[in-house]
Every structure is written in C-alpha cells, then in structure tokens.
Design a protein around this ligand. Structure first.
Ligand SMILES: Nc1ncnc2c1ncn2[C@@H]1O[C@H](COP(=O)(O)OP(=O)(O)OP(=O)(O)O)[C@@H](O)[C@H]1O
Length: 277
C-alpha cells in the first residue's frame, strides 16, 4: 500500500461562533504513525473531522500528497483516506461480511458484484481482526469491541494511503488494543489516531501532537512530548514519567499516575465531611 504525506497549514475551525481549532500546523511523513492526545474537548475529533472532510475549516488548509483535500473527487478521496470513527455508525440489517465489503465501494464500478478476489480480501481482513467466524452474524448484534474491529477490517479492505482513527481502542479489551494497533502499524500506511491511553500512544507513535483548548501545544517524539510537566500543565495530573527502552532500542516514556494522592484526597474529604455532621 502507498503511504500519504499530509500537511496541515494554519488550520482554524469555528462552529457556532466558538473557536474549536486555532491555527494548527504540522506535517506528517509517508508511513508515520501520529498520535493526537489532549484532554476532553481539546479538539482531537474536530481535527480528524476536518481531515476526512466532514467539517470545513474557516482558515488554513490540509494537503495530502501536496494537493489540497477539497480538490479530490469524492471517489478518489474515499480510495485514499479511511476513517474509523468514535461513533460507530449503525448498519441496519447488514451482516458483518457486507459491512466490510463496503470498504471496497470506492474501488468498484456502480452495481458491480463482489468477486472471488474481493471475498478473499474480506475474509482475510476479518481474520486479521479475529472475526472470520462471525462473517454471517448481523452487525447490530455484535459487541462494541467487535463492531470496532469490523470497522477496522473495513478500513483494511479499502487499502487507503491514510488511515484516520478516533480513539480506536475505546471499546477494545487489552489483547485487541495491542493486536489492532500492531495491525494498523503493520499496514505501512500513514496513520493519524487520537488516544486517551497515553502509555499506548507513547509505545506506538512515531510522533505525538498535543492539543489543548483547540491549540497545538506540543509536537514531537513521545519521549520529548510526554513529560511530567506536560501532564501537569495540559491534563492537570501529577505523574512520574519513566523512560523505558523498546525492543527496537527506542526510548519510550511510561507514565505512572499518582492514584494514591487522589484516594488520599478523597478520604480526606470524606473525613472532613464526617466532622461536619
Ligand atoms: N458541532 C459542534 N457544535 C458545537 N460545539 C462543538 C461541535 N463539535 C465540537 N464542538 C466543541 O468543540 C470542542 C472540541 O470537541 P472535540 O470533540 O473535537 O474534542 P476531543 O478532543 O475529541 O474531546 P474528547 O476527548 O472528549 O473526545 C468541544 O468543546 C466540543 O463541545
């Protein structure tokens, strides 16, 4: 698969007079795995929505392979960019197989049937996400995590050059968090994904972008971005960050949150409450 080069230039988004994104700029090299992190409401999903053309920014632009994204036809864009969203869309009455087959739509002529090769690609993608045995099951009857894995299989058969993922692991158990993200990485395409699990983001991403209140506040290798200071300033949490060495020799930050402090604070509050009774 070919990997896309992405550049985001001075992007600003306003919705109902509210500034959602302010002057965001960064570049992504072909094949890079980029993590978007930031507190609730920081603008991660909004940025991803601009990237998959669901929302149109008021200022700035996004280029893929040096072409402004509004210049691509709908079909060409659908071939280039796949999105796995936070809100899992409802697929009325469709079996798992049919939902994954929708990933082939941009590559096919109108009303053309599913070929043997297509079937193999769909089964292969379902196998990769551990759902080959469920291909006939109604999509709606799947669990949240299974639905998310079907969406990832759909993105795989789409053969995009850019994969956008909005909290792709939110419904996944720990095994599939690791397996699915390893799978996304193994595709060799450019990936931009939002994360709440900062340790997972640190372990996976080549580069991490930190958003806060719609602004880009940090961008760089995980070890340079995921620091005690950033966690305190952006997320308001006290934590210790240890640098570990990955199997590939890279230095990867690992966060140890200070949960005890919170529990002590809570106990403190509770005892103060009892004193007042
Ligand atoms: N259509 C909209 N109308 C009004 N406000 C919006 C709209 N879309 C997003 N927002 C606001 O923009 C801000 C950024 O939202 P966004 O969903 O991008 O944040 P996020 O970083 O993905 O948050 P989370 O981690 O909670 O998913 C929020 O304050 C949200 O309420």
């Amino acid at each position: 698969m070919v990997a896309a080069q992405v550049s985001i230039n001075n992007l600003s988004l306003v919705i109902h007079n509210k500034q959602i994104l302010s002057d965001i700029s960064f570049s992504v090299l072909p094949g890079q795995f980029i993590g978007l992190i930031g507190p609730n409401g920081a603008g991660k999903s909004s940025l991803l929505r601009c990237l998959y053309r669901y929302q149109t920014p008021q200022a700035g632009n996004i280029q893929i392979d040096e072409k402004e994204i509004s210049q691509f036809s709908r079909q060409t864009y659908a071939k280039k960019v796949a999105a796995v969203l936070q809100e899992i869309p409802s697929q009325f009455n469709l079996a798992v197989f049919d939902v994954v087959a929708m990933g082939l739509t941009p590559h096919k002529r109108l009303f053309s049937s599913v070929s043997l090769r297509d079937r193999q690609a769909i089964q292969e993608a379902l196998k990769k996400v551990g759902l080959a045995h469920k291909y006939q099951q109604p999509y709606e009857s799947l669990s949240g995590g299974e639905k998310q894995r079907v969406m990832i299989a759909r993105a795989i058969v789409q053969r995009p050059s850019l994969l956008l993922m909005d909290e792709p692991t939110s419904h996944l158990d720990v095994k599939y968090q690791i397996e699915i993200m390893a799978l996304a990485k193994s595709l060799g395409i450019t990936v931009i994904a939002s994360f709440h699990d900062l340790n997972l983001a640190s372990a996976l991403c080549d580069s991490i972008i930190v958003l806060n209140e719609g602004s880009l506040v940090a961008n760089g290798a995980p070890k340079n971005v995921v620091t005690t200071n950033m966690l305190l300033e952006v997320f308001g949490v006290k934590a210790e960050v240890i640098l570990q060495t990955s199997p590939h020799g890279a230095s990867v930050p690992y966060i140890r949150y200070q949960y005890q402090l919170t529990v002590m604070d809570l106990n403190d509050q509770a005892s103060r409450g009892r004193e007042c009774e």
